[in-house]
Ligand binder design. Sequence first.
Ligand SMILES: C[S@@+](CC[C@H](N)C(=O)[O-])C[C@H]1O[C@@H](n2cnc3c(N)ncnc32)[C@H](O)[C@@H]1O
Length: 222
Amino acid sequence: MDLSSFTDEWQMQRQQLFKSVPPEGRKVSYLDKEFLVFPNTFWPFADSLPLIKNFHVAPGEHVLDVGTGSGVIGIFACYRGAGRVVGVDINPAAVRSATHNASMHGFSDTMQVLQSDLFTALGDQQFDVITANLPFRNKPAQDVVAMSQWDTEFKTNTRFFEGVGRHLKPAGRIYFVQSNFGEIDTMHRLAQASGLKVTELAREATDEARRQEFFVFEMTRV
Ligand SMILES: C[S@@+](CC[C@H](N)C(=O)[O-])C[C@H]1O[C@@H](n2cnc3c(N)ncnc32)[C@H](O)[C@@H]1O
């Protein structure tokens, strides 16, 4: 089976898992911490590991986590000492899960979670750090669960790069996830067109054959 078919099958299985969570939610252990996911929420997974292990948040900095899902990246930003975290997600189930997890980890005063299509609910707010683990494959998504993994015509990613500059402080930095089965070349093109310099910060594979490899890129204004 080629990588694309293997990935399709594996991702569809995961979407079924996200949908089959009982109404009271399911606990997921991740990096020695527990998170609760309600039905239809993306579970914390290896894709965010290179970002979470390597991103830098100075104490007091303001962080925006785009496509927050369970809230996992925003919650780790709180543990690193962020002064304020805003998590946004288009999926109401993710907003519910992330809100619950922020509270469960004791960060309801620091972390706010908003339902938002990318930056629409943010007005003119600007942040020191913007993190994003968006769907990284260019593939039609039929529902909000598929939208956690697939981006129809890569439009969400395209809009992210068109709009991110408005919400990034002048000396701010972006930490952005991609994969060897995603769209790394397109990401470079979109970032450069938005005036961003891109540096690979870390990568991590889930298997010895490195069939699935996840990357985090740091981006700053040129
Ligand atoms: C790969 S998941 C990552 C979730 C979480 N950040 C993590 O690392 O586990 C992508 C997330 O992006 C969200 N998303 C997709 N399109 C979006 C959009 N247009 N605006 C906001 N969030 C979006 C999905 O609902 C999903 O929760």
